[in-house]
Design a protein around this ligand. Structure first.
Ligand SMILES: *Cc1c(COP(=O)(O)O)cnc(C)c1O
Length: 460
């Protein structure tokens, strides 16, 4: 039947045959089947059909693309410590061991081992958080955005207006805009002052019968300089007291150790906000604190209690894995206390802080070793100043001095090399600067150095 055999659709292989050829794909079979069906569907609508080998090659490429969307470990050579796209803070070995131990079995998540009755989820972690923030009480929810929504929901229930400086109506990363968060919580925005200047008087004038609270938001991911003014926390606390409304501060990063010890400027700590008299302060668990994704809220006991009694708290509560990782992380901060070492001299077992603490000499030595290990490979190498920053909307103007290995392949383009590394196993994410592919060593774990070399060798 000449008419039929010349029909292009005849050239499309059967699904079963393609599945046999693609048998070695390490993706669940239903996913492979779906991808094959989708592609063949497209081919049936296409005007020309490629040959079988090309069809198989195209399918393999699509399967590779899907495989790269699986959550997997990557080597972070970007120099950005709290890279939101790369999962922010890595967990410590002790947190990971605690997780492995707990996750595979049962736990006393809500069971009181003292009485044999129902227990209180997160009670001990809350105690740790409260102690570290030097607050009456604390609690933990899914992230800092959730913490803010919860706080606003509870505080702006009857009176609706949240007084906030125009200079703090910030957008923090994708999909987190303070005005939107306020609206979502049912609160009404009462902006005061101007972008660069807000005075205490501005707050004063804006407050009235419908004022629910004063909110201060850490600018986190940008810096204003020049003709800038805003009242500090203590003044706002005094005003809030005078007018009989609570004061809340969204701190964002929430360092638990002083950042000066890492040669950076001081990043405000939750305990300072608490000491200034704030009713509540909230901050992220996976920024400078260096734990799992979470939002910590510390402050006055009766407010924390109100948050926990709100039905919405149930929707934001953390699971046992997060609580376990947070418990271990917070304990490592507290284990420094009273251990004979002066606080700040030794760092807690928190990878982000270890990375911050790495000396330039140590980084330089690693760079020298890596450079030497590259000899014989078809590339030029040099050691350059790194591009290190904190990321995650923390201390945006801070550039940490760092060291990077820069390579320029002689056999392939820099872009090609970067892409092959990014799509490899494991993925290595560097950055291109002035025509060189750079690997900032501060965010690469020293034990990953041999892996970095192996990946480079493979690519070349
Ligand atoms: C990062 C940040 C948040 C959001 O924190 P998540 O834990 O990512 O939800 C909120 N407020 C400020 C000021 C921040 O810097």
């Amino acid at each position: 039947m000449p008419a039929e055999s010349s029909s292009p659709a005849r050239k499309i292989p059967a699904v079963e045959r393609l599945l046999q050829i693609l048998d070695d794909q390490d993706l669940p079979r239903p996913i492979v089947v779906e991808i094959v069906r989708e592609y063949l569907g497209e081919l049936r609508r296409a005007s020309s059909i490629p040959d079988s080998p090309e069809i198989v090659a195209n399918l393999k490429r699509r399967l590779d693309e899907v495989r790269l969307t699986r959550i997997q470990s990557v080597v972070n050579a970007t120099g950005i410590l709290l890279h939101t796209n790369l999962g922010r803070a890595p967990l410590s070995g002790s947190a990971v061991r605690a997780l492995a131990d707990l996750a595979a079995g049962y736990s006393n998540l809500e069971f009181d081992l003292n009485t044999g009755g129902r227990g209180n989820r997160g009670k001990y972690v809350e105690r740790l958080a409260a102690q570290l923030c030097e607050a009456e009480a604390a609690t933990i929810v899914n992230n800092c955005a959730a913490a803010l929504v919860l706080v606003l929901r509870v505080l702006a229930k009857e009176r609706k207006e949240v007084v906030i400086s125009r200079g703090e109506l910030v957008q923090i990363g994708g999909g987190f805009r303070i005005p939107d968060i306020l609206e979502t919580s049912g609160a009404k925005l009462r902006e005061v002052g101007t972008t660069n200047r807000t005075t205490l008087e501005d707050y004063h004038k804006a407050m009235g019968a419908d004022t629910a609270l004063i909110l201060k938001v850490h600018r986190s991911n940008f810096v204003m300089s020049g003709f800038v003014e805003s009242p500090d926390t203590a003044l706002l606390v005094a005003l809030a007291r005078e007018r009989g409304v609570p004061f809340v501060e969204d701190l964002g990063s929430g360092a638990l150790v002083t950042t000066e010890s890492f040669g950076m400027r001081h990043e405000r700590m939750a305990k300072e906000v608490v000491a200034a008299g704030a009713d509540m302060v909230c901050f992220s668990g996976d920024k400078l604190l260096g734990g799992p994704q979470a939002g910590l809220i510390a402050g006055k006991k009766h407010w924390i209690q109100s948050l926990k009694e709100d039905p919405f708290f149930r929707a934001l509560r953390c699971d046992k894995l997060i609580l376990t990782a947070m418990q271990t992380t917070l304990e490592s901060y507290l284990s420094l206390e009273g251990s004979g070492t002066k606080r700040g001299c030794r760092n807690p077992d928190v990878p982000v802080l270890e990375m911050l603490a790495q000396s330039r000499e140590a980084l330089m030595q690693r760079a020298d070793e890596l450079k030497a290990a590259c000899s014989g490979m078809p590339l030029k190498t040099k050691i350059v100043e790194g591009n290190c920053e904190i990321g995650g909307g923390t201390l945006p103007e801070v550039r940490l001095r760092s060291v990077a290995l820069a390579v320029k392949p002689t056999v392939r383009s820099v872009e090609e090399c970067a892409q092959t590394l990014r799509t490899g196993q494991p993925a290595v994410i560097g950055y291109v600067s002035e025509g060189w592919l750079c690997f900032d060593l501060r965010t690469v774990f020293p034990e990953q150095d041999p892996l970095l070399i192996e990946c480079l060798r493979r690519v070349l």
